[in-house]
Design a protein around this ligand. Sequence first.
Ligand code: S3P
Length: 442
Amino acid sequence: MKYLLVQPSTRITGAVEVPGDKSISHRAIMLGAVATGTTRVRGFLPGEDCLATLAAVEAMGVRVQRRAATEVAIEGVGLRGLQRPAHDLDMGNSGTAMRLFAGLLAGQAFDCTLVGDASLSKRPMERVAQPLRRMGAGIETDNGRPPLRIRGGAPLRGIDCTLPVASAQVKSALLLAGLYASGETTVHEPAVTRDHTERMLAVFGQPVRREGLSVALAPAGRLQGTDVEVPGDLSSATFLILAAALAREGSLTIGNVGLNPTRTGILEIFRLMGMDLAVEPADVPPGAEPVGRITVRPSQLRGTVIPAALVPLAIDEFPAVFVAAALAEGETVVSGAAELRHKESDRIAVMAAGLRALGIGVSETPDGARIQGGPLAGGEVDSVGDHRIAMAFAVGASRAHAAVRILDTANVATSFPGFAALVGQIGMRVEERGGGDGDARG
Ligand code: S3P
């Protein structure tokens, strides 16, 4: 099994970029596949999650050219041009791939089955299957979990749907199914979630109306292939930002990173915790994803009550928030974050267990935790195959009093290929060790 061995470090410095945004990369491939004409994607994330999406569209007859690791050209087959795959579509570790494809494939003429690894096979899928059934889709889960069996040929109709949980994946699945529906599809969210699907549909010529917490799509019948520039992933940048803030010296700049306001909750949380953070937005054409540059300096962090309103805008960043809290002065309170229990792992329980193993006081609540800042000891933590937990502990371990071994880390490659090498460039001391596929638990 793969593991990371992390030694403490004091100086984090440099100017780097991080790999492409995972959410945007998935969407570019999916929309490019069902568009008319060619879509060129630059800055594509060659992580395992997005490669699963790429392999799935290829299995449905879409021609894909990899011009470089981060450059992909997709020959779109049109909304009705996908073909029945010869085998089950393997989504690997990726909840985004499975839930978005559920929507996209509900409207096709053929049957197919979506499967995933051990972690994905435990994640809730009725949240997407139920509203798709209301649209007329034939879709079955296995007691609420993958595999997803989709029966093709069902005519879809637009619905007006109020989501019980804030989920960009469910919203996106319904909008993608809405491309194939008769009439308009409207989704009401309980809180704003990432809007990459809405933005990208507009770029492909399919506008989506937003009013407050509601989005509506009236199918235009066609998507037009286009060029997509994928910015660096702010969720990946978060680990480097935290590392630079926790360092004793240095200064780190991260360029070309996505600054979509539905994703920047983490920057607000870090500021509330006292982080010395400068954000310079770049000029981008209208409709494009916001990008810019972030500079971070060593900062004394303080414990904070995290406003629940920021949770959906920073949903993937809580492993890093837990580590920031552990190394802050005083207590940090996380609440309104029950969704964390349904991610690649139960991120509340796994973060609490790992921090306790390193000597930090943490009490769990059903929807969050109270974390007492304190010195972090060396030792061993289990990331249970969750990429973001592994990377968050790698950052925390850089400020521990002795080496930390982080177990079950092969899945770092799902979202941040080259993590150990890149953080090495800025001064962290992270060694990848161990072998096998390391993915026993996914
Ligand atoms: C994502 C949405 C979020 C997030 C995930 C990516 C997306 O999930 O956690 O990593 O690309 O739409 P939920 O929609 O389940 O909150």
